[in-house]
Design a protein around this ligand. Sequence first.
Ligand SMILES: Nc1ncnc2c1ncn2[C@@H]1O[C@H](COP(=O)(O)OP(=O)(O)OP(=O)(O)O)[C@@H](O)[C@H]1O
Ligand SMILES: [Mg+2]
Length: 252
Amino acid sequence: MSLLQLDRQEFLDEFWDYRPGEHLLIVEPTGGGKTHLMYQLLGEAMRQQPHLNVVSLMPKAADPSTVEWAAALGLRETPSWPPRRKLLSQPPAGWVLWPPHRMDLPPEQRRELVGQVLRKGVDGQYVKGSSITCVDDAHSAATMMGLNPYVEELLVNGRANGAGGWLALQKPSGSVVSGGVTSFAYSSATHIFLGRDNEERNIRRFGEIGGIDPKEVASIVRGLRLYQIGQHTVSEKLYLDLRGPYKALIGP
Ligand SMILES: Nc1ncnc2c1ncn2[C@@H]1O[C@H](COP(=O)(O)OP(=O)(O)OP(=O)(O)O)[C@@H](O)[C@H]1O
Ligand SMILES: [Mg+2]
């Protein structure tokens, strides 16, 4: 069966259509271009739905892609939630919630402090509604930082008041120590983007996506093309729009 093939800009300009309350999932191994894609989609969604409250959560200690994209989209970094906005004359287009990682503390305490802040951010967005909450590196946020119940709440009940959860996952099969991300990440997403993956345990989770044939999806994902862009190897993505369902291949 032939699949519609689009380049990235063509997809963003002509096909990407985001409605409030829809959830989104991006899955691929590390370095494949998840953060880059998530912010491209976010920029376009912010143009389509300018009234939505945008917060992007960052559980990592450092991430160059996030810094670049926050600046490009006019998102302001805040280390805590709610943000202190008294000094701002003009409200920003949205926020990147990026708690500091206290390197002087042992890992469990450090994660707990980061988790406390991120949980406030997710819950604030859920309660407020008319929002997009991006959870980058959602595996570590959900499991190591204790966000799983908060992300579940957003994914299960957010749609009704226009609160969309966007998750980027690099390790869907989870870790032995802290388990995996909630299965609602898969079952409640309207928009799913999958990068090239050959890890059997990751591929098995495609069975949690509703309304598609997981075997067909797995076989497409194993064969996605890889592009060398400068120093980086960026994967072609399989896009699943569960409203159809429709699918397409999207270039870098
Ligand atoms: N479509 C693209 N065109 C050009 N450069 C890209 C593209 N996608 C990703 N890159 C570049 O590749 C690098 C890795 O991308 P990105 O940070 O988005 O990957 P990631 O999957 O989020 O990685 P990680 O798993 O470490 O979070 C970045 O420098 C980014 O700018
Ligand atoms: Mg990333």
